[in-house]
Every structure is written in C-alpha cells, then in structure tokens.
Design a protein around this ligand. Structure first.
Ligand code: AMP
Length: 284
C-alpha cells in the first residue's frame, strides 16, 4: 500500500502522537534494497513504520553532489509502501531549516577520522539532521545501515550524549550479488566504472581472508584492502584499519575485531564500503 506522505513537522507529530510504538528509518531517498531492508525491519518492530526522505543540504560540501542527487519521489513511495512503511516524512529544506535556524550538533572525536577530513562539516550536518528528525518523529527505535559505519557510530554517541529516548539499531550492509555495496550513488556509475567499483568489496574480502587465516598486523590488513582499490580507483581518500568503537586508526596489531573502511573515487563518484572483522560472510 502507498504510504501516507506528510511534509511538515506539525502534520508528522499529529500522526505519530496518536500512534503506539513508532519505528523510524531516515533516508535521502533513491531507495534500493539496502534502504528497504531497513524499512522492513522498521515495519517488524513498530506499530507505525515511518521513513523520512530528505536530501539534507547541511551534510553536503560545496563541491559535492547535492543538486544532482537523485530524487525519484514517486518510485520511492511505491517501494517504501511495499516494504511496509506506513508514513513518509518528506520535508522541504525550509521546513527543516527555517529562517533563523542556527543550532548545530557536533560529535567531534568520532567525526575526526575516516571521512571526516575529506568531508568537512559532513558529520555535523548528519548529527544535526538526525537529531532533529528523531525529535520530530519521536520513535522508540531508529534503524540505520552499517554501510555508513562512521555515521552509525556518530549517531549512537549523539543519542547517548543527548539522552534521546530512541534505541539505535545498525543493520548489515546489503550488497549486489557480485559484492558491490548498494548505494544510491551507484546510479552515477557507467558500466566500466561499475566494474572498477567492485575493487572496494574485493579489497575488503582480501583483508577478511587474511584475517581469517590469522593475520593480525594492521599494515598487512590495510595493504590487502588497498591493493585492488589502488589498481582500479581514480583516487583514494583512505583505506583505514581502525578500532570499531573509537574509530581510532590501529597502528600495529589488531585485536579480535577491526574495522576496515575504504573511501575512493571511481570517475566522479565517491564510494564507501567497510567490513568489521571477523565478519559474518559477504553480507557483513
Ligand atoms: P542514505 O539514503 O544514503 O542516507 O541512507 C539511508 C540509510 O540507509 C542509512 O542508514 C544507510 O546506512 C542505509 N543504507 C544505505 N545503503 C545501504 C546498504 N547497502 N546496506 C544497508 N544499509 C544501507
């Protein structure tokens, strides 16, 4: 069934106030199976399953893809409804950031590494919009993908620090059959670029394989992840082996768990992917 659509916080609150348990999935739309897995989980967990579709200007840098980011709202509503979403909140930028808006949320230490230096202000934009969305929706539970692993950690920290009364759930990365992590930005890739984009998941698979064989040297794990990406990408923002909770880069030996995360550009498209080792197979 097609979900009901509301565009204002007032209309959203009128609808959620009367509901029992609310489960929430924030998205920027251009929905794919990764988003829909989160939506199905929300429908399973909440009496009212709410999705937001909002391309948040605050989290895009001046030279990023805000204006060309895909916005196929009608198709998204069909997909969201099929995945069990009852209500879609699709605000305008003015509704989220009315004239005079000035408050920002920052989670500085977790935003410092990985994507932080390459996307200045990005995580402040993410934390601010997610804080506001959680306040507007008032869910018991909010569901995020581990595809954006650093974002998930920033949000978990923010929710604890600000005592926001929502449980945060992180779901596994959904991949194409050949391993490519699903992303709205994959739509930008030409067929040859899409082939080169597989280097990210291949790099992570190499790191996972040597970890499974006993390798615990951070530099060796990093090198295994780096080499296919170096051969195929136009540029690499980072290939990092880090502590999965603090996100601090690991300099020498890794323990039982390690995050391996990659950000690289294929053509004009910036892609990210990660695995938390030991991992649970291809879909981790
Ligand atoms: P976005 O629309 O890119 O802001 O993503 C909305 C939510 O969907 C975020 O929590 C993402 O981590 C999650 N997501 C995006 N791609 C995937 C994927 N391939 N697997 C799992 N979750 C994903």
């Amino acid at each position: 069934m097609r979900p009901e659509v509301v565009a204002t916080i007032a209309a959203l609150r009128a609808r959620t106030r009367a509901a029992g348990s609310v489960a929430f999935v924030p998205t920027m739309g251009a929905l794919h199976e990764g988003h829909l897995t989160l939506a199905r989980e929300a429908a399973r967990r909440g009496e009212l399953a709410v999705m937001s579709i909002f391309v948040n200007p605050l989290q895009f840098g001046p030279n990023e893809d805000f204006s060309r980011y895909p916005r196929p709202l009608e198709a998204d509503l069909d997909k969201a409804g099929e995945a069990g979403t009852h209500l879609v909140f699709a605000p305008t930028p003015d509704e989220m950031y009315p004239p005079g808006d000035q408050t920002r949320v920052a989670v500085p230490a977790l935003a410092r590494g990985l994507c932080g230096p390459h996307r200045p202000g990005h995580f402040d934009g993410v934390a601010t919009v997610v804080c506001k969305l959680l306040n507007a929706v008032g869910p018991c539970v909010a569901i995020f993908g581990r595809k954006d692993y650093q974002q998930l950690k920033v949000i978990e920290r923010m929710v604890r620090d600000l005592a926001i009364p929502a449980e945060i759930v992180g779901m596994p990365i959904v991949r194409e059959p050949d391993g490519l992590a699903m992303s709205s930005r994959n739509a930008y890739l030409s067929p040859p670029e899409r082939e080169r984009a597989l280097s990210l998941s291949r790099g992570l698979a190499s790191a996972r394989a040597i970890f499974a064989a006993g390798e615990r040297d951070a530099a060796a794990l990093r090198a295994a992840a780096h080499s296919p990406v170096a051969a195929a990408a136009d540029s690499i923002d980072y290939v990092t082996v880090a502590d999965p909770e603090s996100l601090e880069e690991l300099a020498s030996a890794v323990g039982d768990r390690a995050l391996v995360a990659i950000a690289a550009r294929i053509g004009r498209t910036r892609l990210i992917d990660n695995v938390v080792l030991p991992g649970l197979g291809a879909a981790t």
